[in-house]
Design a protein around this ligand. Structure first.
Ligand code: 5GP
Ligand code: ZN
Length: 139
C-alpha cells in the first residue's frame, strides 16, 4: 500500500535488517529497539490489524514467530521474550500494518510484564465475567 512504511520495506524501497523472509512473511529488526534483537514479524500483504488477516496468513505469521523466537533469544543471549501486538491505534499501534513485536528480555532489564500495561484496572464481578464470556462466545 502506498505510504505504508512496512509495505515499503517489503518492496525494498526502505532498507531493513531482515532476519527472515518467505512468500508470505518477513521479519526484520526494529529501528528503535526496546532491546537488542527486538524483531518485527509482518505479513508481506498489507493488512492493518490482526482482525483483518486471512486465517492462513495469520497462521503463517505466528508460525514464523514460533520458529524465529528461539533464534532471536540465542542471538542476543536473552532469557525470555515478550511477544506482543499493538492491535489498533487505541492500543498504541503506530504503523498500521500488522506486526508482531518479539522483544528479548532478561531478569535484569528493568522491564515489566504485559500486566503492567494498565494500572487502573476494572473490578469485574463474577456475573459480569459470565456476561462478557457469553458475548464473546456469541450466546
Ligand atoms: P507499533 O507502535 O506500531 O506497534 O510499532 C511500530 C514499530 O515500528 C516501532 O517499534 C518502531 O520502532 C518501528 N519502526 C517504525 N518505522 C520503522 C522503520 O522504518 N524501520 C524499522 N525497521 N522499524 C520501524
Ligand atoms: Zn503496509
Amino acid at each position: 500500500m502506498a505510504d505504508c512504511i512496512f509495505c515499503s520495506i517489503v518492496d525494498g524501497d526502505i532498507p531493513s535488517y531482515t532476519v527472515y523472509e518467505d512468500d508470505d512473511v518477513m521479519a526484520f529488526l526494529d529501528a528503535n529497539p526496546l532491546a537488542r534483537g527486538h524483531t518485527l514479524v509482518i505479513p508481506k500483504a498489507h493488512h492493518e490489524r490482526v482482525n483483518d488477516l486471512p486465517a492462513d496468513l495469520s497462521t503463517a505469521v505466528f508460525d514464523a514467530v514460533h520458529d524465529l523466537t528461539p533464534h532471536i533469544e540465542a542471538a542476543v543471549d536473552a532469557e525470555a521474550t515478550t511477544i506482543a501486538v499493538n492491535n489498533g491505534a487505541a492500543a498504541g499501534q503506530e504503523v498500521p500494518h500488522v506486526h508482531v513485536h518479539v522483544v528479548p528480555r532478561s531478569e535484569a532489564d528493568g522491564g515489566r510484564p504485559i500486566h503492567a500495561l494498565i494500572e487502573d484496572r476494572p473490578d469485574v464481578a463474577d456475573a459480569e465475567l459470565e456476561d462478557v464470556a457469553a458475548a464473546i462466545r456469541g450466546d
